[in-house]
Write a protein that binds this ligand. Sequence first.
Ligand code: ADP
Ligand code: TRP
Length: 323
Amino acid sequence: MSRILTGIQPSGRPHLGNLLGAILPAIQLSQDPANESFFFIADLHSLITIKNAEERRQNTYAVAAAWLACGFDTSRNVFWRQSRVPEHTELAWYLNCFTPFPMLVNATSFKDKSEQLSDVNAGLFMYPVLQAADILLYDANLVPVGKDQKQHLEMTRDIAASVNHQYETEILVLPEARIDEQVMTIPGLDGRKMSKSLNNYIDVFLPEKELRKQVMGIVTDSTPLEEPKNPDGDTVFTLYSLIAAPADAQKMRENYLAGGYGYGHAKQALHEAILKKFAAEREHFNHYMTHVQELEDALQAGEAKARAIAGETIKRVRAVLGY
Ligand code: ADP
Ligand code: TRP
């Protein structure tokens, strides 16, 4: 039995990149009966950048609604808000005291983000330690994450190994990152990585008209309608081929190469393909967002399961540390 664990920050509504790159592959892993999945909402991490309480509450619901709408089975797995299990922060403190200062100073994400953000707070600096606590608290074996998180998993293993070495026990389980090289970086409207912070995302849960407007906003080159077009490297075609049936993607490729097929046609086809592929998910998402009590019920049931496991780990750690 493998324990799979991953977290998503409630930094906005999940977009197409989050769904294809993280949520759907994780749900697929969770459907293997040999796995037990721990998926949580990293709402403590989000305080680093989001200070508005109502904004975080709404984002938290949106992330929860996306997981449930995409079919995560919370009855068989564990689904919770990080902030509701205080053991995350307790373990993070212990781990802080085993984390070499230079490891945090040299972390790539700290270097990148501290240059971009105007508010460089200590939370941003200690972010990887809280993430290590999230993982080690549940003895997770496998952590599916994007490439950008690879270093955080290496740090988690280093910190855990340092505790184990100090106390000469295997008290913490060393996790493996699962970075799916197959899962490509989904391009956004401007061709760069689709991201909330670049404001270049497609929100598949938007009402039809607004979704259409986003899709129509995808940047393309200025090849005239009559002329043949190169599908490779074109954002509309790339997104379409990830969403539509392979035969339909092949058809669009041929249309591009033949000429007489404009980007407007391709965008229209992409819009329809998104509506078709995510029809059920869109309906479920809207249902949950208008029935947040159902989200609360699922999260609260998960919180109880998470607390029971986290409590056991913390007891074990306290005993070893002499508390
Ligand atoms: P964002 O860049 O929009 O803030 P996050 O960093 O919160 O997204 O990412 C949450 C999860 O979604 C991570 O596992 C990340 O790897 C995945 N993800 C985000 N954007 C993309 C993308 N464009 N392509 C593939 N996966 C993505
Ligand atoms: N840092 C991750 C991100 O921004 C979110 C996260 C927090 C996480 N704790 C985690 C991911 C533990 C995996 C495991 O995408």
